[in-house]
Each structure stands twice: as structure tokens, then as C-alpha cells.
Design a protein around this ligand. Sequence first.
Ligand SMILES: C[S@@+](CC[C@H](N)C(=O)[O-])C[C@H]1O[C@@H](n2cnc3c(N)ncnc32)[C@H](O)[C@@H]1O
Length: 309
Amino acid sequence: MRDYHIPVMLKQCINFIAPKPGGIYVDATIGGGGHSLGLLESCPDIHLIGFDQDSEALLEAHKTLFPYQDRVELIQANFSRMRTELAFRQIKTVSGILFDLGVSSHQLETPERGFSFDLDSPLDMRMDQSSDLTAEIVLNELSQKALTRIFYDYGEELNASRIAGKIVKIREEQPFKTTGDLVKVIESVVGKGTKASLKTKARIFQALRIYVNQELEILEQALKDAINILEPGGRIVVLSYHSLEDRIVKNVFRSAAEGEEQTSEASFLNSTKKRKLQLLTRKPLQADAEEINNNPHSRSVKLRAAEKI
Ligand SMILES: C[S@@+](CC[C@H](N)C(=O)[O-])C[C@H]1O[C@@H](n2cnc3c(N)ncnc32)[C@H](O)[C@@H]1O
């Protein structure tokens, strides 16, 4: 499991979720099952439901969690379907939910998946291998304007329009096939071997990955659903890895903590605010230097946790 993906801020996640015997817990992004294993080891008498849209991740999680197999159910689905999948199993509330967003080290480091700009591989980037949209289709078929938007909105890349322009020009001669083709274009715009060009490559790859997997579109509603599914006293923990994700988590948590306006039936003048969450982290927590040293994947993590009121 460790070779597949080292779970980030594991101790803190377990402490915040604080599993209790008999509770039902959801790992919305089970990956290799590292966090789930930690939860089960800290309190074996729980029931754990794990979601992942990647079939390889579920196979790995199955191996990792084998000793606890009678307490674990794995579901291959996007976490945007969490509410439906739980309702289908007659589960109305759960005691804790963990989201560990983004891609696993295994996904990043597997050449055929096309997530990494360090490896020359097919332009895929799908977390769910059964979905139709790949990075290759995006690069070869979207307009220059649409590509610029993707690079700017999802990568916050200032050279978005120049890079999109170059892509559109080059693909007229030769369609994009591999991550290496894309890297060449990025380097032709921002140069090679500098810190700045490395950052641009990371931002463009991040942007494409977010678009291909529609990561941000589904996050807000999935978090709202998760908060609604939690029982009173239940905990939600979210690990995010870039500012766009963290902003969504922060805003959803904040509005649930401040409460949404509810007008009472007795008098439409009397409006009350119904608070759903108590924040457990005012500011997001980050990994310490030792963890970052042992696991560079934890460098950009932000952990936010909250309790259902
Ligand atoms: C950072 S990894 C999780 C690693 C895991 N916590 C562990 O300890 O091994 C994120 C996982 O979530 C999955 N994932 C990301 N977004 C998803 C979504 N919207 N629905 C379902 N799975 C998702 C990815 O396929 C990946 O396996």
C-alpha cells in the first residue's frame, strides 16, 4: 500500500474523524486505502464505505483492507453519487466522511495514465478509465479560446493564451498524441530547465486534469451532500492540494457554519439562520517539515475539518 500512495496527515485525519465503535464512516476517495486502514486500525468496530472512480485504486484498497473485509464495502463511483449510493443501501446518516482530493502517487507515477509531465506517455488523464473525455481529445478538439480558459481558470497560468495559441497552430500539422508533445509546446513558450517553466508545466497539467475529470464542478455539491448526510456530532475532514479546491472547501464550510437563511412559517418577518457545522479548523492545517521530507506529495496539502451540529 505504501508503494501505491503514502496517506497524507494520517494521524490528524484519524484524530479529527475520531471513529467510534458501531459508526459508519465514508472514505470518499479511498485510493490505496491508507487512510481507511488507519481508521479501521484505530477502531476496528466500525463499518467503512469507500468510494473511488478508479478501478485500479479499488483493487489496491481491497488488498490493503483485506483483514477488515467483513467491515468494508468498496464502491466504484464518483463521490458526486455518494448520496444516491448510500440511499440505495438504506443508509440515511453516517458518523464521519473523509475526502482526500486529487490524484494518488500511483496514478501520477503510472506512465499510461498520462498525469505526469516527467514521463512521455499517452495524453489520457482520466481518473475513471471508463469515461470518454481524455486530455488528447481536449487538446486536439477544443478551440483556442476554450483552451485558454481552461489553462487560466484551472491552472491560474498567466501564459495561458500564448500556450493555447501555439497548441492550435501545431495541431494543424500534427495532432497531439503524448504528454511529451505538450511539454515541448510549453517549453517553446516559457523556456526549459528553469523553476518558472517547471511551474508552468505543473499548472498546465493540473488544469487539463481538472477539466478532464470535472473536478471542481462536482466538488461544491458533493461537500454539501456530505454535510447533509452527517449525523449530529459527525465529522468531515477534507484534504485539498491546490488553492482552487481549498477555496471551494473553505466557502462551503463557512456558509454551513454561518447558517443559511430560513424563514419561519409563523412570520415571514422572522428569519433565522440554521447552522449546520462547527468548524474544527479556523485556518487550514498543513503537513510538518518531517512529513514533507518523507512524502513530497504532502507539500501542498491543506486540511480542513468540521463537526455537524
Ligand atoms: C489522493 S488519492 C487518495 C489516497 C488515499 N487517501 C490513500 O490513503 O491511499 C485520491 C483518490 O481519489 C480518487 N478520486 C478523485 N476524485 C474523485 C471523485 N470525484 N470521485 C471518486 N474518486 C475520486 C482518485 O481516483 C484517487 O484514487
